[in-house]
Design a protein around this ligand. Structure first.
Ligand SMILES: *Cc1c(COP(=O)(O)O)cnc(C)c1O
Length: 335
């Protein structure tokens, strides 16, 4: 589909950031956005690239009341030869559609998704930071826009893409984070929406995150909702353990977000000479393993931080320190 483009005259363009390394995550946005509409019976229509601007939406829109919303998170980088690189974008397009399907929203053909995204990014090339560790964060989003209060799938949708330049996650070097294990809250349940990047999953997680922060930890380590026993993942990262010289991560069983970084690490592990294992891990096995020196490294994996070493875990008011609260060799190697 041809994209209608409304372009700004050069003097109307925003000034670029001054120091890419100082950019905060998701605070600054580029000059343009992409939008695409959907109506039942008509399908997706009207692809547009236009100046970044607020959306005008009817307050009755389904997204505001029943949370029919899903999103993706990707990054564009500049290579040494000044080429624009995306990390496995077809995986994000496919996951976007799996999330859309789970939320009863219409899918967008993968090749259209990739075309729209790359057209926007090419236009916004000047915003892609070039310093090591920096990137242009990509946020494709789908929302239900039918103005109707009945609880049913919306008959209208809006798909949009916005872009945000982001600084290095580790501007002052690789620093391990700390996790607090929630034994009360759960992120996702069997049969629920945990495997979809649906906005509601994150809204529901904020109370536990606030508690983790109050207790002096960075993020929540989630356990399964049934027994509060098996490790699932972190807020926006999958979790990995180096145990007995194997790379262990919980299996994708519907309650865990199938991370593309996760999938990449499982593939890379074989090449790097560490056996990847997907199996259930109880929190007792983790803390006993830390105490016994069997768990030598823990790290999170996701687009935002790429690899996030874990230095401390708090479970039932007891703190466990991993690898002297320092970044381990496998975290470094995978990063
Ligand atoms: C996005 C996300 C991840 C990581 O997925 P990537 O594709 O690696 O970025 C992990 N867990 C949750 C809950 C997420 O939302």
């Amino acid at each position: 589909m041809d994209i209608k483009k409304t372009l700004l005259s050069p003097e109307k363009l925003k000034p670029l950031y001054e120091d890419a390394l100082q950019l905060k995550f998701g605070k600054m946005f580029t000059d343009y956005m992409f939008t695409l509409n959907y109506a039942e019976g008509k399908g997706w229509y009207g692809p547009e690239i236009k100046p970044y601007q607020p959306l005008a939406l009817d307050p009755a829109c389904a997204v505001f009341h029943y949370g029919q919303e899903i999103f993706e998170g990707q990054k564009a980088y500049k290579s040494k030869n000044n080429e624009i690189l995306l990390f496995r974008p077809e995986e994000n397009a496919a996951r976007f559609n799996r999330s859309m399907k789970r939320m009863s929203m219409p899918e967008i053909p993968v090749e259209d998704f990739l075309y729209y995204e790359t057209e926007l990014i090419k236009l916004e090339e000047r915003w892609i930071p070039t310093l090591k560790g920096t990137s242009l964060y990509i946020r494709p989003t789908g929302i239900a826009t039918e103005p109707a209060l009945g609880v049913k799938p919306s008959s209208e949708y809006l798909f949009f893409i916005i872009l945000s330049p982001v600084g290095a996650y580790y501007s002052s070097g690789f620093k391990p984070c700390s996790l607090w294990v929630s034994t009360e809250y759960a992120r996702a349940g069997e049969g629920g929406t945990g495997a979809a990047k649906a906005g509601g999953n994150y809204g529901g997680s904020l109370a536990a995150t606030a508690e983790a922060l109050r207790k002096g930890y960075n993020q929540v380590l989630w356990l399964d909702s049934k027994e509060h026993r098996f490790v699932e993942e972190v807020g926006a990262m999958n979790i990995f353990f180096v145990m007995d010289n194997k790379l262990v991560t919980p299996p994708l069983a519907g309650t865990i977000l199938p991370g593309i970084t996760r999938k990449s690490l499982l593939q890379l592990a074989k090449d790097l000479g560490i056996e990847p294992v997907e199996r259930m891990i109880s929190i007792d096995e983790v803390v006993d393993g830390i105490s016994a020196g069997k768990v030598t490294e823990i790290f999170g994996a996701g687009t935002a931080a790429v690899i996030s070493p874990v230095g401390k875990i708090c479970f039932k008011d007891k703190e466990y320190v991993i690898n002297n609260n320092e970044t381990g060799p496998w975290a470094q190697k995978f990063f």
